[in-house]
Design a protein around this ligand. Structure first.
Ligand SMILES: [Zn+2]
Length: 477
């Protein structure tokens, strides 16, 4: 029924206004059933267009780990253009005679991996100070980083902070298949209170800003500092205007500021994730954020509230472990972070979140030169979940289906089911039994296109368009 029809039906039935208000609370639901929307959380209506594989592609004879069931089974996967159209039993050959068939006998076919927390555009230590603020430099760096991820089977990332609109521009570029890379769901810049996380004195980015200014360059806007509820609301709108797929906020803030930001983001159809700790996590959860990043300290009361309200956690264990290893086992220092932590404390936090029934997603917080450590970083993150009691299969479900759910993308991504977007990987091993096998990604299909073949980037040769008006020089004297 159309919304007008629903409205009419409600009026005729004499239903109360609250029922209608509920019906319209998410503007993305106001659509006709056959409406085609953009393949990102903003769901902007788009005209249908031909995408992905030119015809039908069959992955035949593999072990299918669909991330719906928690065990692999023998079968074949059928892809038409950019969608999965069928998951067939092993004995079936129910596909068109002209289909392209890839034999993947003995290999595992599974949904592409999702990383919920990366910074694809962040500078590397060698980036010259005067280029740190350059979106051009940031964009090229990200394209290179994202290729490394794609090779290792990551077909979607949530980019949680970078300079200005570099991330959102990459997102739009890759959405149009203009370069090899995963889908990018970008936050643009981080929003925090003045001097808050990522804008604090002594932080890497504070230092970078100063260095850039000294070198005569423009200040890179990695962070939008906001003050007062109205300004937080404005910062969310500015980020939306940049083309963000979601909003990333960080401590510190006041209760009315975080509440205004969340309310504004949700009314725009964007989810909010928060990098925060202690009292700020409680404030953020009360305000209705959708997820909390990192294993940072929080009370039992906050953990319980997260579970009750369905606020997800993205623990990013491996990055914090690396930071702790570099700092002699103790996290100290930033002026915005008046707490300390150690490895066991972080792991205990993960166990508490799991025990309380909090939804757990998978993100690595990879940035800068960290992409060169793929896939080790991703596998290491999953192994923290395994250490906390997950089976490898359950960890892979968190990395695919749960991640898609947290992003509100589970109708399009995260599992192998008919109707889903064809983001599929083929692994030469059994990663659902041994996570180390994730290092053996052989084929990557993203949006129905084969982008990694035999472990290497596969870019089809460009087919030249004809001249606008062919006039051969033969006629000339
Ligand atoms: Zn981060």
């Amino acid at each position: 029924m159309t919304n007008f029809g629903r409205l009419l039906a409600c009026l005729l039935a004499g239903l109360s206004v609250p029922a209608l208000a509920q019906d319209f609370h998410d503007r993305r639901t106001v659509q006709t059933p056959d409406q085609v929307t953009a393949d990102n959380p903003q769901r902007v209506p788009v005209l249908p267009k031909k995408q992905g594989f030119d015809g039908t592609l069959v992955l035949r004879g593999g072990r299918i780990f669909d991330a719906v069931k928690d065990a692999a089974y023998a079968g074949s996967l059928v892809i038409r253009q950019n969608k999965v159209v069928a998951v067939l039993p092993a004995a079936s050959t129910d596909w068109p005679a002209d289909a392209t068939v890839m034999d993947v006998t003995g290999k595992t076919i599974m949904p592409g991996l999702i990383d919920m927390h990366v910074h694809a555009t962040y500078p590397i230590p060698e980036t010259p100070a005067d280029q740190i603020g350059s979106e051009g430099n940031a964009t090229l760096r990200a394209l290179r980083n994202l290729r490394l991820y794609l090779e290792n089977g990551v077909t979607s990332i949530r980019d949680l902070g970078g300079p200005r609109d570099a991330g959102t521009i990459i997102s739009e570029w890759l959405e149009k298949d203009m370069a090899p890379g995963p889908r990018v769901f970008a936050a643009g810049h981080i929003i925090t209170g003045t001097g808050g996380h990522s804008a604090n004195r002594g932080s890497t980015y504070h230092a970078m800003i100063l260095e850039t200014q000294r070198a005569g360059g423009e200040q890179p806007v990695y962070t939008r500092e906001a003050n007062g509820a109205d300004d937080w609301r404005k910062a969310v709108r500015e980020t939306f205007k940049m083309g963000a797929s979601h909003i990333k906020i960080a401590s510190h803030f006041a209760p009315d500021e975080v509440k205004a930001a969340v309310e504004e983001a949700h009314s725009l159809g964007l989810k909010v994730t928060c990098n925060c700790e202690t009292i700020y996590t409680q404030m953020a959860v009360e305000a209705g954020v959708d997820s909390i990043e990192h294993p940072l300290p929080r009370t039992e009361e906050t953990i319980k509230l997260m579970a009750k309200k369905g606020v997800a956690a993205i623990p990013t264990m491996q990055l914090y472990q690396q930071v702790l290893d570099m700092r002699g086992g103790l996290y100290t220092g930033p002026t915005s972070r008046r707490f300390s932590m150690n490895a066991q404390g972080n792991f205990d936090m993960l166990k508490k979140l799991i025990a309380a029934g909090v939804i757990i997603g998978v993100g690595t917080d990879t940035g800068s030169e960290g992409f060169e450590r793929a896939p080790n970083i991703y596998i290491a993150e999953l192994k923290f979940l395994q250490k906390a009691g997950y089976t490898p299969a359950k960890a892979l479900i968190a990395a695919t289906r749960t991640n898609a759910q947290i992003m509100d993308m589970d109708d399009k991504l995260g599992t192998l089911e008919a109707g889903k977007l064809a983001d599929v990987i083929v692994v030469d091993g059994n990663p659902d039994q041994n996570l180390d096998d994730l290092a053996k990604v052989e084929t990557v299909i993203r949006n129905g296109n084969i982008v990694i073949k035999d472990g290497r980037l596969f870019v089809p040769r460009h087919v030249p368009k004809p001249l606008l008006k062919p006039s051969p020089p033969d006629a000339l004297k």
